[in-house]
Design a protein around this ligand. Structure first.
Ligand SMILES: Nc1ncnc2c1ncn2[C@@H]1O[C@H](COP(=O)(O)OP(=O)(O)OP(=O)(O)O)[C@@H](O)[C@H]1O
Length: 251
């Protein structure tokens, strides 16, 4: 009997994933696999379906067909909050932080214990929460801004704060949509350093257009075009793939 390929070795297995919007297949029979502790970067021209893939994984958009297996769970059967609960965190392009609150307060609010109503009412700034907020603030380069209102952080610092708000929930899979858009060169380098640090405990999927940043972080690159995988492999592999040069990198 032929062995059936095991999906257990992958953190995430996307297979035959399709979504149609009024007959237009934004994602079309897409398959890819993410390892534990992997940084995968998805690149591709505008409209290739990159953001839609993240929307499908996090449950914001429902698949027309196909499967998204996260460890032993089929995510296409679950609602958005259930997928968060499974350990999938998603950062959108625009930071969704509370501008009027400080860095400390934003991180504290995202601490998992504060989420349910009872937890929120009974909330105490105990040592455990403080330690965790301090730890995450240091990780995202905001240890000296703990009491700064988020509104006056730089654009890059706001992006880091939001990444911190996801990290404090300790996701197993973190998905970031263009995290360095609008950042300075220095901030981009620090963000690459951050992703290379947090990968010890999780996997990360990043959508990105900045090829220097992709080079700094990607273990593997998936190139999407018209809802499908055009090419996949190391940065060097996809950069030298004539199909990729034709539809994306050559422009
Ligand atoms: N909810 C929706 N309803 C209808 N069409 C949609 C919807 N969401 C996405 N699309 C279409 O699907 C296609 C893929 O969009 P998507 O945003 O996933 O591309 P992308 O690769 O992320 O592009 P970009 O790099 O510009 O962000 C586009 O043609 C888009 O207009």
């Amino acid at each position: 009997m032929n062995a059936i390929p095991s999906q257990k070795d992958f953190l995430l297995s996307v297979e035959g994933l399709t979504v149609s919007f009024d007959g237009f297949k934004a994602v079309n029979d897409l398959s890819f696999y993410i390892d534990e502790n992997e940084i995968r970067v998805i690149i591709g021209p505008n409209g290739a379906g990159k953001t839609t893939v993240l929307d499908l994984i996090c449950g914001r958009t429902k698949a027309t067909s196909g499967s998204i297996k996260f460890r032993d769970s089929e995510l296409t059967d679950l609602k958005e909050h259930q997928i968060v609960h499974k350990g999938v965190g998603r950062k959108f392009q625009n930071p969704s932080i509370y501008e009027e609150l400080t860095v400390f307060e934003n991180l504290e609010l995202s601490f998992p214990r504060g989420r349910n109503v009872f937890g929120a009412l009974a909330f105490r700034r105990d040592a455990e929460v403080r330690d965790r907020v301090d730890e995450i603030a240091s990780l995202v380069f905001l240890q000296n801004q703990l009491h700064t209102p988020a509104a006056i952080l730089s654009h890059g610092q706001k992006q880091w704060l939001e990444i911190g708000m996801l990290l404090i929930q300790d996701p197993t899979l973190l998905m970031l949509d263009e995290p360095v858009a609008g950042m300075s060169v220095g901030e981009r380098l620090k963000t690459a350093e951050l992703l290379n640090t947090i990968i010890k405990d999780r996997s990360v999927i990043v959508i990105e257009h900045d090829m220097k940043f992709v080079e700094d972080i990607a273990h593997r690159v998936t190139v999407m075009h018209q809802g499908k995988v055009l090419s996949e492999g190391s940065m060097a592999h996809v950069q030298n793939d004539p199909k990729v040069v034709e539809v994306y990198l050559g422009h």
